[in-house]
Design a protein around this ligand. Structure first.
Ligand SMILES: [Ca+2]
Ligand SMILES: [Ca+2]
Length: 137
């Protein structure tokens, strides 16, 4: 059997076929077999945020532990290839923002870390960072 089209597990993960084997007699006899082809996943989709920019407003007296935003991302791949891990970009880790906020890598919640936001900037724009990279095909 040869492959005639490009496979894509995300659109079709399984193909079923019925096959005959026919003998050469005039009153030909046949045998049958079923073939199922399972398409295994390749990491060919990058995680995508539900939106590229989250603009969030918080009061300066917001207590520590408060969730200010929940990031949402989706990856069409299967298993580990589709697992999403939220992380701050290196540039953010080096900035004041990471002293004030933390991100839960699995839930995508950004939480206030400090007692008071008053001495810090009152408005922070969070630009999502693609934490999982894929090599282009
Ligand atoms: Ca895939
Ligand atoms: Ca993926």
């Amino acid at each position: 059997m040869l492959l005639k089209e490009k496979l894509d597990r995300e659109s079709e993960s399984e193909y079923r076929m019925q096959l005959y084997a026919v003998d050469g007699a005039t009153d030909a006899m046949t045998g049958t077999a079923m073939v199922t082809v399972h398409v295994s996943d390749v990491n060919d989709n990058r995680p995508r945020f539900s939106k590229p920019l989250y603009d969030v407003f918080v009061m300066e007296n917001t207590p520590p532990g408060t969730v200010v935003v929940i990031l949402e991302a989706f990856d069409a791949d299967d298993g580990d290839n589709g697992v999403i891990d939220f992380q701050f970009a290196v540039s953010t880790l080096e900035s004041e923002s990471s002293q004030v906020f933390s991100v839960n890598s699995s839930t995508g919640q950004i939480v206030v870390k400090v007692t008071t936001l008053a001495s810090h900037s009152r408005r922070t724009s969070l630009i999502p960072h693609q934490s999982v990279s894929t090599s282009s095909p």
